[in-house]
Design a protein. Structure first.
Length: 254
């Protein structure tokens, strides 16, 4: 199992999920289909599926072109999400395969009602998860079609239940801005300070800030840490969901 990053649009990430043994690949959120197809050709792999995290145009906008360019391609998306050109609708915990890679759909409402994250595993390797706009490095997506409780649950109880060494591939390069906000609300976090310096160096060198890991997100992501004692000052006496809700409102205007 191998993941190739394909930057698209102004700050989006598309990906190729590659099974090297079969030379088959799935593409994640190919908003600019021609760039993803070109990268697949460069890698010498055949794209057989589209994994759509949610219906927004900057993620699903290339689906129709993928269908036109690749006869018989499967387009996966959440059953509740009205994904463009979708051929295979997914519910929580649906499982399918790409060669020897097992792909598990995780329903993660919050950013959209039918958002799906894709947890991918292969024997002998660390798992990877594609989180779209549900989880970012050091942050989370805005809430459009669901409730703060929904997104909190998706982050903490669904994605948070995956193994700590799971590699996290997110939907946008928002890392520095997210870490600036995280530092604002969690100023005594030494791991976070180190992460800010690293992310700034990556930007200078024109390098990606993906993948993160779930272990890393538990250490630096204030939304994941809503129940941590360090975050109680955000909303004294509040529940973790109330802390999360207040954090999300603050981030909306940060």
């Amino acid at each position: 199992m191998r993941v190739v990053v394909v930057p698209v649009l102004s700050d989006n990430y598309a990906y190729l999920l590659i099974d090297d043994a079969s030379k088959k690949a799935a593409c994640v959120d190919p908003a600019e289909a021609h760039l993803v197809l070109a990268k697949a050709k460069e890698e010498g792999v055949e794209i057989v599926a589209v994994l759509t995290t949610h219906h927004h145009y900057d993620h699903a906008g290339g689906n129709q072109q993928m269908v036109e360019q690749v006869p018989g391609i499967k387009v996966y998306g959440g059953r509740l999400d009205n994904v463009a050109a979708c051929t295979d609708q997914l519910d929580h915990d649906n499982v399918f395969s790409l060669g020897d890679i097992q792909v598990r759909a995780l329903h993660t409402p919050g950013h959209t009602r039918g958002s799906i994250c894709y947890f991918c595993t292969q024997a002998g390797q660390e798992g990877v998860v594609f989180t779209g706009d549900t989880m970012f490095v050091g942050g989370c997506g805005r809430i459009f079609e669901s409730t703060p409780q929904d997104l909190y649950n998706s982050l903490v109880n669904v994605l948070g239940a995956l193994p700590a060494d799971t590699q996290v591939f997110v939907g946008h390069e928002y890392t520095i801005k997210n870490l600036e906000f995280a530092s604002h609300v969690d100023g005594s976090n030494e791991t976070l300070r180190q992460m800010v310096t690293w992310a700034q160096e990556q930007k200078v060198q024109r390098k990606f800030t993906v993948p993160s890991t779930l272990k890393n997100e538990w250490l630096i992501n204030p939304f994941m840490r809503s129940g941590d004692d360090a975050m109680k000052s955000i909303c004294p006496g509040c529940t973790p969901v109330e802390v999360f809700t207040k954090l999300r409102k603050q981030k909306d205007s940060f």
